[in-house]
Write a protein that binds this ligand. Structure first.
Ligand SMILES: [Fe+2]
Length: 252
């Protein structure tokens, strides 16, 4: 699983580097958060195509998913691009994808936090609803929880421990150092970090954010063009038990 991809520069970087990483590490399934992958933020057809060509099996998103108007159609047309499942049901797209890899059925779920974010459906209730709906239909499950606070991410992780194979947090763009296996077998990390430019503030040139935070005026966010680093985790899972065997942070 790879963290939030920042703009087209980082999409191109993943196209150049991810195939080799997958081969060298015998990766059989890849989930990438693409909610900031379009040049104008959000996700668009071009950035989604780039992430699939880089090696994504499923693209997850978050609060920025509909920043581009074309995202609505994109999500309706491609069930492998998810928006948070706890958006209202009338919102285009889906937050769950049931797919296959190496003979195993994999359930991929995308949820968004509600602490310091939009007042969506409670993610704890949403995950119960989803796991009940798909009961008996999958071998492994992956959850991208796109949320602001570490407490909400950790609490949900313990809530789903033993029911989800791998849970990773996204959204903060800064990787946390707490990856590990929870007591009942869920592999977990609070935040995957970003696939984006080094020395930036969440992908943006620092001077833009400093101006915003010192003047409170609207400021144009100019993406950093620094060298990109990809951040994420590599988890080894047992398809027969649905439990995680190992998890480690990766950068490339
Ligand atoms: Fe986000």
């Amino acid at each position: 699983m790879l963290g939030d991809v920042s703009r087209s520069l980082s999409c191109r970087y993943l196209e150049q580097t991810l195939p080799r990483f997958q081969k060298e590490n015998e990766v059989s399934f890849t989930v990438i958060n693409g909610e900031n992958s379009a040049e104008r933020n959000g996700i668009d057809k071009e950035s989604a195509q780039a992430l699939f060509s880089a090696g994504a099996d499923v693209i997850t998103t978050g609060n920025h998913v509909f920043r581009n108007f074309e995202a609505k159609r994109l999500l309706e047309e491609n069930p492998r691009i998810l928006r948070p499942a706890n958006f209202p049901g009338s919102v285009p797209g889906d937050g769950v994808c049931l797919t296959k890899a190496e003979g195993y059925s994999i359930l991929v779920i995308n949820l968004m936090g509600v602490v310091m974010m939009e007042p969506l459906e409670n993610p704890f209730m949403a995950v119960d609803r989803i796991l009940e709906r798909y009961k008996g239909r999958y071998d492994l499950s992956l959850l991208d929880f796109h949320a602001e606070t570490t407490s909400e991410k950790l609490a949900l992780a313990h809530y789903v421990d033993g029911r989800i194979t791998v849970m990773a947090g996204t959204h903060t763009h800064v990787a946390t150092a707490d990856e590990g296996i929870l007591p009942r077998g869920t592999a977990y990390i609070t935040d995957l970090g970003m696939c984006g430019p080094d020395g930036s503030v969440l992908g943006i040139k620092p001077e833009c954010i400093i101006e915003k935070m010192t003047t409170y005026l609207p400021v144009k966010f100019i993406p950093s063009e620094n060298h990109v680093t990809a951040h994420g985790i590599l988890a080894e899972v047992d398809g027969n038990t649905g439990k995680a065997v190992s998890i480690r942070r990766v950068t490339f």
